[in-house]
Ligand binder design. Sequence first.
Ligand code: FES
Ligand code: FES
Length: 157
Amino acid sequence: MKLVRLNINDREYEISVKENWTLLYILREVLDLTGTKCGCSTGDCGACKVIVDGVAVDSCLILAVKAEGKSITTIEGLAKATELHPIQQAFIDSGAVQCGFCTPGMIISAKALLDKNPNPSREEISKAFGNNLCRCTGYVKIIDAVQLASKRMGGEV
Ligand code: FES
Ligand code: FES
């Protein structure tokens, strides 16, 4: 076991980890941050997305020991107390959530995109969801949701 320090949602954690534990495993099984989902463990579905140093990445592909010293944001880090993040609210208002399994990963990818590009085109939004899979929605309402969030957050759509 190795002791690592992880900064997750602006909180410092000191955790004993095995060298082969992924960041996803730590989030879900050690810290009980189960908003981040596991759909494949192979980097194919995007359900496990978290933001690491500003970039949306698959937490199933990152070893926890490699995440030391980086700034990590999970879906639990977006809402403020009882107030949803505008992207979360826009997903609800746009009807972009069906079974919801892909939704945390989608919202994390959207957050990373809007942080860099507050006013993305539909094509840019679609590209940002390159490895986020959704089996339910057909993606149209998800893209609508990101455009709505962009508008509400001050981007011009
Ligand atoms: S669980 Fe990580 S990409 Fe599917
Ligand atoms: S809402 Fe069911 S997988 Fe996307």
